[in-house]
Design a protein. Structure first.
Length: 195
């Protein structure tokens, strides 16, 4: 079970070092069901690896193959150009990394109906993670980015949002206490995992 996330993250470096993102610059990739905290450290590591692969004098370059050593962009640039994260039950420690991940790359999700999802405390989860975050950034992460990536009609969705909520003011209000029976990992105080 421990390595589940690592296997999911591997897709990013395979897409980069195989040259797939280079050959298909209009391809959009969404990583989901794996958190968001891993992204900054992974991009840093991939950038270091790519620089080594491109250096002919590097011993590691001979193992990387010609594609990995001849990419036109750094891995972090492919992320910025083509990748997004479906950040299911995003935690405050991950939200604090939003600028390194890219605010415009994050699509918050509740993970409903999974057991570890935010229901029945989705409003509380939003407050727990996003209170104190600028409203424009929250709007992007909790709906705007997904609307842009998936082509949602925001005008058609506005009446539903107005009826169901939550409101901007509600999300901005700090959560005074985590519900005692909340089971979502959004409420766990663990540090970021970077594997």
């Amino acid at each position: 079970m421990y390595e589940t996330h690592w296997w999911a993250h591997r897709a990013l470096w395979h897409l980069i070092f195989s040259g797939a993102l280079d050959r298909h610059p209009d391809l959009t990739v969404v990583f989901t069901e794996q958190g968001a905290g891993w992204i900054p450290a992974t991009l840093d590591s991939l950038d270091v690896a790519a620089a080594r692969y491109a250096r002919a004098s590097s011993a590691i370059a001979r193992f990387a193959g010609p594609t990995a050593g001849s990419l036109s962009l750094k891995p972090s640039q492919y992320w910025a150009r083509q990748c997004y994260v479906g950040a299911s039950f995003m935690r405050p420690v991950e939200c604090a990394e939003r600028h390194r991940i890219g605010v415009e790359k994050i699509m918050w999700g509740s993970d409903y109906p999974h057991f570890e999802g935010t229901a029945p405390y989705t409003r509380e989860a939003l407050r727990y993670t996003f209170s104190g975050v600028p409203a424009d950034e929250v709007a992007a992460m909790v709906g705007g980015n997904a609307a842009a990536v998936y082509g949602f009609d925001l005008e058609a969705l506005t009446p539903l949002v107005d009826r169901i909520g939550p409101t901007v003011a509600e999300v901005a209000e700090p959560l005074p206490a985590v519900p005692a029976d909340a089971r979502s990992t959004v409420f766990e105080p663990d540090p970021i995992r970077a594997w």
